[in-house]
Structures are given as C-alpha cells and as structure tokens.
Design a protein around this ligand. Structure first.
Ligand code: CS2
Ligand code: MN
Length: 357
C-alpha cells in the first residue's frame, strides 16, 4: 500500500508540500492541474513543472485526481470525439511524466453534493453533511445558493452562484439521458481511451458518485456493487479500474464496503483507495466524521483488513476530514484531520502486517 495525500497546488491550497512531507508514512501527492478548462489537453510543460515541484519536496506524483470528463462525453453529444481525443493526449502527457493512475468521475452536472459544508459537530469541529430531507424539496439553484451562503465562502465544486445560468442549460440537456444511456456513453468513452492506457501503462480509476443515488432526476450509475460490476466488465482491460471510495459508496447502507474491496480487489481492479468514515443521522442523511471507527458508522478496521487480505499494493489516501483546531481550509481538505486519518490508517495497517506474520 502506498499512502498519498491530496494537494490542490501552491495557489489553491492553504497547505504546503513541506507540511505534507512531515506526515509520517506519506510517499506521494495526489495532484492535478486545476487551471486547465475541462476538456482541454493538459500541457506537458505544466505537468512537468508540477512534477518537479512535488519531487523537489521529496514526494512522488503518480496519481492524478481528477482529469475531469467533459459534459459532452457524458451526454453523448457528437462533439464528444474531439474531447475524447484530447483526453487521450492528456493520458499520454501524464504517462510521460511518470503518472500511473488517473482518477475520474462520470457524474452528470455535479461532482460531490452536500447540503452543508460546515456543519458543527458536538466536539466543536465542523464537517460536511448531507441531509436528504433538505435536498428533496430544493431546486438545484437553491442548493447552490444555500451552500454558497452557509459555508464560509466555499461553494459546491464547480458551482459558483455566477454560473447558475449554465446550470439550467445543462440540466435541460440531460433531460433525454437516462441511466442506460449514461452507461453507454461511459462505454464509448472507455473504448476510446483504454487503448492509450494500455500503451502507456496508465490505470483509470472511476470515482463513485457521491452521494450514490440520483439527484434532481439526473442519472447516476457509479453507485453500487452491481453497477460497478457492469462497469469493470465493460472492458476486460486491467486499466479499467475503480477508485474505491468508502465514504461515497458507504452512504448507501446496502453497500458492504469490505465485500466490495475483496471482490474488485481480487480482480485487480482497485488501483486507488479513498478511505474515510461517515456518521449516519438518518436513512439517507449523514455527516462526515473523523476516520476512527468509533466516530462514525463504518468499520475502518474491517475496511483496512479487506485491503490487507487482498494484498493491496495500490495507492491509498485519507479522504475528507473535519475542520479542526481553527484551521481555515477547503471543506474536507484541511491538514490536521486528514493527517490524523493517515496516522490512524497507518497504525491499523502496521497492526495487520504484524498480526499476519
Ligand atoms: C473527491 C471527489 O472531494 C471529493 O470528494 O473524492 O471530488 C473526487 O475527486 C472526484 O469525484 C473524482 O473525479
Ligand atoms: Mn472520495
């Protein structure tokens, strides 16, 4: 297992590479170029500059999260071929810089969705929360505005209130796209890019939908074991893999995370693991919690044991943390709680290693 840490770059993160390097057991950064518009090729020089910066700090840059997929590909519009060609070039450029895994998602319109980005917890910290009873009576526009107004200046990923016009337009375009169509559009995309992945050795790792159910009538397909199975079987290529995100999939109580890890891990289809906990507050409602099992609803020991039992040698990272110790950071991506998460996960791992001997 290679423990990594997500970093948003020098201008977009309050955390430095020097700080990350001091977290015990971290070997690399999960990075991205955040200023390249979705659908465009990531320039080689910019990738190399990021790599150099990360390597100079004594860390590796082998995982990218994310190369986002243009909506025209998800919508299956005729213009998709141009964007798929760009994606292929982007894979080549990343491979030339030594990248091994690309995380991506196939969620229409929204990336992760929460109804609160700074929900106060009883210990005085804040965490992101999702309350389905709030969401079900809201329009997408109301959600975007609510989050922007109640979350200390932070917004839903990609949805600044100034872009609400684009949101309406995009939602209309999805009206003819159901789950089946979205599966087919994913297959078309994978058929286009996987040959380049095989040539270059890059593994693609699709991130689950977060939360793993349909929102605002939009189709969502990366949600459960059955659908993950359909996705990995769309192509037998070992490059067609998953980002197994415990917190995203775990929001659906029917998803047995250790069982999913064992199943897809045994197939060699988990190049990247996101490990975090959530605490249920209702049927489809939860807040994020510290990584520790007793702080949330998921059993992190069983999750780490499943990775250990399959001999997991891919990349892992802690996922969202709480905002603690007065840190002003991006929601979910502060230094302190994620660093505590790493240390806890490494502790579980060491115990599993030694118990197995
Ligand atoms: C991430 C996702 O912050 C997060 O929750 O796990 O936003 C993830 O980066 C994307 O969905 C992957 O494309
Ligand atoms: Mn995740």
């Amino acid at each position: 297992m290679k423990m990594t840490f997500r970093w948003f770059g020098e201008t977009d993160d309050n955390i430095t590479l020097g700080q990350i390097r001091q977290i015990p057991g971290i070997s690399g950064i999960v990075g991205a170029l955040y200023d390249v518009p979705v659908g465009e090729v990531w320039p080689e020089e910019e990738i190399m500059a990021l790599k150099k910066q990360v390597n100079d700090a004594g860390l590796s840059l082998e995982v990218i999260e994310s190369v986002n997929v243009h909506e025209d590909i998800k919508l299956g519009r005729p213009t998709r071929d141009r964007y798929i060609e760009n994606y292929r070039q982007c894979i080549r450029n990343l491979a030339a810089a030594g990248v091994k895994v690309i995380c991506y998602n196939f969620m229409p319109v929204f990336d992760w969705v929460r109804t609160d980005l700074a929900c106060p917890l009883s210990d005085g910290s804040c965490a992101m929360a999702y309350d389905n009873s709030l969401l079900k009576d809201m329009t997408p526009e109301e959600l975007v505005n609510r989050v922007a107004q109640t979350s200390n200046g932070f917004k839903l990923p990609g949805w600044e209130p100034e872009r609400l016009g684009a949101l309406k337009n995009l939602l209309e375009q999805y009206q003819g796209v159901d789950e089946e169509q979205l599966f087919q559009n994913l297959k078309y995309f994978l058929d286009g890019i996987l040959p380049v992945c095989e040539e270059t050795g890059i593994k693609m790792a699709i991130h689950p939908d977060d939360p793993p159910w349909s929102l605002f009538g939009l189709p969502r397909i990366v949600t459960c074991g059955k659908n993950l199975e359909r996705i990995v079987r769309m192509s037998d290529s070992p490059c067609n893999g998953l980002t197994l995100c415990s917190g995203s999939l775990g929001a659906n109580r029917a998803n047995d995370i250790p069982a999913l890890i064992r199943h897809f891990g045994a197939m060699g289809r988990i190049p990247f693991a996101h490990v975090r906990n959530i605490c249920f507050t209702g049927d489809r409602s939860y807040h994020e919690s510290a990584h520790l099992s007793s702080d949330g609803s998921l059993d992190l020991y069983q999750i780490m044991k499943a990775y250990h039992d399959i001999g997991f040698d891919g990349y892992m990272r802690p996922d969202h943390g709480r905002a603690i110790w007065s840190e002003k950071a991006r929601p979910g991506y502060g230094l302190y709680d994620r660093a505590l998460g790493v240390t806890y996960l490494n502790g579980l791992w060491e115990a599993l290693e030694k118990a197995g001997k």
